[in-house]
Design a binder for this molecule. Structure first.
Ligand SMILES: NC(=O)c1ccc[n+]([C@@H]2O[C@H](COP(=O)([O-])OP(=O)(O)OC[C@H]3O[C@@H](n4cnc5c(N)ncnc54)[C@H](OP(=O)(O)O)[C@@H]3O)[C@@H](O)[C@H]2O)c1
Length: 227
């Protein structure tokens, strides 16, 4: 039975990914900051183990990587934050400490997760490392606002694009995936798609990934996005 590790699995897209993989019979290592408060995650049926993980905490990540002594077929670094309020993400009023914190979670935290579990992925059958990014990290899409969020995702995209070439010879596939505009706490109620639709699409795209010289930047529907 294949397995998957997902960060930010207590709500939103991460929770739905966990539900769907578990429903399909996968073993899920579901990571979240506060397992004792993760009621929706604890209610997911199937082979799901819940692990405490704050992706901004280097020691906690290292500890968990040691604790999970199993090959991991797929790792989905999904945890992320929007950052400071939108006013504080516009030029002239930029909250630079907030920008730093956003990078700490979205860029460094995501890379930390992918890097910590690379050895587990290398030992597995399917060998896939996925970063959940956003279309808003595309420089082509630089239409104003959300500076901290955009910068954190653009930097992540570059790091993963480069990493893909470095793990290709180990048979590891990496990708940067945009989940769509999804009705979650982050996406808000006006989002265009449900977490169910997003997770279904993401799973399909992840299934088709192969090792490459540069990580593909794809939507949940499999469409290539401009950098
Ligand atoms: N929703 C959209 O429209 C949309 C669009 C493009 C990209 N995305 C990306 O999709 C991913 C998931 O977003 P979502 O819509 O599901 O957002 P969400 O509902 O706000 O959920 C965010 C998840 O990330 C977790 N998280 C935040 N900081 C963390 C940290 N330091 N350590 C561990 N977990 C942390 C949260 O945990 P807590 O409950 O502990 O806070 C929560 O589980 C994010 O990377 C986001 O940037 C979303």
């Amino acid at each position: 039975m294949p397995n998957v590790l997902i960060t930010g699995a207590n709500r939103g897209i991460g929770l739905e990914l966990t539900r769907q993989y578990a429903k399909d019979g996968w073993q899920a290592f579901a990571c979240c900051r506060t397992p004792s408060q993760a009621d929706d995650l604890r209610a997911v049926e199937g082979k799901v183990s819940i692990h405490a993980l704050d992706v901004a905490d280097a020691r906690a990540t290292e500890r968990l990587a040691k604790e999970i002594d199993a090959p991991l077929d797929v790792v989905i670094a999904n945890a992320g934050v929007y950052g400071p309020g939108s006013e504080a993400q516009t030029f002239g009023r930029l909250d630079l400490d907030g920008l730093r914190d956003t990078i700490e979670t979205n860029t460094i935290g995501t890379l930390r997760t992918l890097q910590a579990f690379l050895p587990h992925v290398k030992r597995s059958e399917r060998r896939k490392l996925v970063a959940i990014t956003s279309q808003m990290g595309s420089i082509e899409d630089a239409s104003g606002g959300s500076t901290a969020y955009r910068v954190s995702k653009t930097a992540l995209n570059m790091a993963v694009a480069v990493a893909a070439a470095e793990v290709k010879s180990d048979g590891v596939a990496m990708a940067i995936l945009h989940p769509g505009w999804v009705r979650t706490d982050m996406g808000g109620p006006s989002g265009k798609i449900s977490p169910e639709e997003s997770a279904e699409g993401l799973r399909r795209v992840i299934d088709g990934l192969t090792p490459s010289d540069k990580a593909p930047f794809l939507t949940y529907a499999g469409k290539t996005l401009p950098w």
